[in-house]
Design a protein around this ligand. Structure first.
Ligand code: SF4
Ligand code: SF4
Length: 357
């Protein structure tokens, strides 16, 4: 092995070097070019003359042990015993001869997996799964992903979009996930409701006060016990106080909604990074199939597919046609709430380390 393995650390994933296909290890950093022979398959050619075919398939992300075994068995039988999971929960297998690609795809499809997600397709929706492991989710993001990808399966399987489309979801309003060409994010619409009996026993009040980005939380005595109060005129319903203080309950079956944002993109060779912008808010957070949010995402994708030029990303397409026309094309209302006029930060932004009492 040409490269030394990184020492194990207390947290984080192990050194991937040991799990890499030997042909990838051998040609690390020495790839000459790659091409896209068909949706779901990439062919990389190294300066050494070595070639490797990558076959990508979608998974449901939350994988039970039986599915994992099935995927590993396919890897053992058809792909030299190596697998690779991508950030977007796809599984990739590498083979070194073209003749092994078709049997591998056949085995994956026979087992019910969808091969695709490459080049100008709709990629697997990236998401966190806080519903299972985190302390602050407002919705089950994995369920939203499953419902939407069931409807977008042909866009994953084929590569017929003008350019690649990254869709993301997040299960709370403030942390991971939630940036992409299209992002489906939780949106709380009312201030937290405080269970005063529990605050004194559960919450470190200074931590909670310091957590609020708009300084809307103050310590208070309620029924003779130390508790907190929220200035609802300032509260922007972000939910940041809920993780350090679960008695500040903000999740709500009726008032926690979904919002859809578009146009977020990293910088690339052609342009600067772009921030996503709100296009639809107050969408019902409606399990188990989230039909309202899915319908809007499908409308945006249809308009983009029909209207964008080749290789235009969603943000580039919107910038070219203009936001008014974008709202017309996707048949969504443009309201005063889409205009970012919030000035609260000038007076109240929690930018100092002082705790306010
Ligand atoms: S998006 Fe929020 S709730 Fe979901 S895992 Fe990340 S921090 Fe937790
Ligand atoms: S942290 Fe967010 S939700 Fe909590 S009081 Fe402050 S603005 Fe409102």
């Amino acid at each position: 092995m040409a490269k030394e393995m990184r020492e194990p650390i207390e947290s984080g994933c192990p050194d991937p070097w040991q799990y890499m296909h030997p042909v990838m290890r051998k040609n690390f950093g020495q790839w000459k070019y790659h091409e896209h022979p068909r949706p779901g398959v990439l062919r990389h050619v190294a300066y050494s003359g070595d070639e490797i075919w990558t076959v990508k398939a979608g998974t449901q992300r939350i994988l039970d042990v039986f599915t994992l075994r099935k995927l590993c068995d396919i890897g053992d039988q058809f792909a030299d015993g190596y697998v690779h999971f991508t950030l977007r929960s796809n599984i990739e297998y590498m083979v070194t001869e073209e003749s092994r690609v078709a049997p591998l795809i056949q085995a994956l499809e026979d087992a019910g997996f969808i091969v695709g997600g490459t080049q100008n397709s709709v990629t697997m929706i990236s998401h966190t799964q806080g519903w299972l492991h985190c302390d602050i989710p407002g919705t089950d993001a994995s369920g939203v992903v499953k419902s939407m990808m069931d409807e977008l399966i042909d866009e994953f399987r084929n590569a017929t979009m003008p350019n690649r489309v990254h869709i993301t979801t997040s299960c709370c309003q403030i942390n991971c996930g939630g940036q992409g060409d299209i992002a489906i994010n939780v949106q709380h619409t009312k201030p937290p409701k405080i269970n005063h009996d529990l605050v004194a026993n559960v919450c470190e009040r200074p931590s909670v006060v310091a957590r609020c980005p708009v300084a809307a939380i103050r310590p208070a005595m309620v029924n003779g016990k130390p508790s907190l109060e929220v200035d609802e005129r300032k509260c922007i319903c972000c939910g940041a106080c809920y993780p350090p203080c679960p008695p500040m309950q903000i999740n709500d079956a009726e008032h926690s909604k979904l919002a859809i944002w578009v146009g977020g993109n990293h910088s690339n060779a052609r342009g600067k990074p772009t921030f996503q912008k709100l296009v639809a808010a107050g969408i019902p957070n409606n399990p188990p199939r989230w039909p309202e949010a899915t319908a809007i995402v499908k409308r945006i994708l249809k308009a983009y597919k029909e209207g964008a030029r080749d290789w235009e990303r969603i943000n580039e397409w919107i910038e070219r046609i203009g936001w008014p026309r974008f709202f017309e094309e996707v048949e969504l209302p443009f309201t005063k709430y889409h205009i970012d006029t919030w000035r609260g930060a000038r007076a109240s932004f929690n930018s100092s380390s002082y705790i306010r009492f």
